[in-house]
Write a protein that binds this ligand. Structure first.
Ligand code: MLT
Length: 211
C-alpha cells in the first residue's frame, strides 16, 4: 500500500478484542519482516507494518544515524512525528484503535521516540533491543501506558546502562515499564517471542479484569 505516507502492509485481524500491533522493523528490514513475529506474539491481532523512509546504503531505517548508536536527533524528531501522523491516518483508513508498537532495534528506537514526542499515538509498546533515542526528550505524560523493554545481556550495540536509562525515563514519565534482560546479544531469539507473548497476555487479562 502506498497512498498513505509510508509504504506498508496491513493484515486485518479476526480477534477484535486484541490491540492492533504496529510493527517496526530493524535496520535493513522492511514491511514484511516482522509479520510472522506479530502473528506469533498476538495471534488474530490486526498488524500494521510500515517501512522506514530513510535509506542507509540501501537499507531502510526509521531515522538517520551519524554512527552506530549515534543518532541525528533532529531527524529522529521529524521522522517520529511523521510516523505518528502515518499511524493516525492508517487508524482512520483501517478503523483501528491505538496500536501497541512492536519494534526491533531501530524500530524499537523510533517507537521510544514516538512515546516521548507523541504519546497518544500508542496504547503501549514492546521494545526489543531499544536504546535512548533522544538526549533531551520533552517531559511527557505516559501515565499507565504498558511498556516492555527486552534487552540482550551481551548486546554489542547497546550498553546495559543505556537501555536501563531508557527504562528509567519512561517509568519517570508514568509508564508501567517492565524491563527484561535475556542472556543473548542483539539478535532476536525465541525467548523474545515468549516474553512478549506472556507480557501481552498479562495486559489483556488486566484489561479484561478492569472491564
Ligand atoms: C539504531 O541505529 O537505531 C541502533 O543503532 C540499532 C540499529 O538499528 O542498528
Amino acid at each position: 500500500m502506498t497512498d498513505l505516507s509510508h509504504i506498508h502492509r496491513f493484515v486485518p485481524g479476526n480477534r477484535h478484542e486484541a490491540a492492533p500491533l504496529l510493527l517496526l522493523h530493524g535496520t535493513g528490514g522492511d514491511e514484511s519482516d516482522l509479520l510472522p513475529l506479530g502473528q506469533s506474539v498476538s495471534p488474530g491481532a490486526s498488524l500494521l507494518s510500515p517501512r522506514g523512509q530513510v535509506l542507509e546504503h540501501g537499507m531502510p531505517r526509521f531515522f538517520r544515524r551519524l554512527a552506530e548508536g549515534v543518532f541525528d536527533e533532529d531527524d529522529v524528531r521529524r521522522r517520529a512525528n511523521a510516523l505518528a501522523d502515518f499511524v493516525n491516518d492508517a487508524r482512520k483508513r483501517y478503523d483501528l484503535p491505538a496500536p501497541i508498537a512492536l519494534g526491533y532495534s531501530n524500530g524499537a528506537n523510533i517507537a521510544a521516540a514516538v512515546l516521548q514526542l507523541r504519546p497518544e499515538t500508542l496504547a503501549g509498546a514492546i521494545l526489543l533491543r531499544a536504546m535512548v533515542p533522544l538526549s533531551d526528550a520533552p517531559t511527557v505524560d505516559l501515565a499507565g501506558k504498558p511498556i516492555l523493554i527486552v534487552s540482550g545481556q551481551s548486546d554489542p550495540i547497546i550498553p546495559a546502562s543505556n537501555s536501563q536509562q531508557l527504562a528509567v525515563r519512561l517509568a519517570k514519565a508514568g509508564a508501567d515499564v517492565q524491563h527484561r534482560t535475556l542472556p543473548i546479544g542483539h539478535q532476536l531469539s525465541q525467548a523474545d517471542l515468549t516474553v512478549s507473548q506472556e507480557w501481552l497476555r498479562g495486559i489483556e487479562l488486566t484489561k479484561d479484569a478492569a472491564a
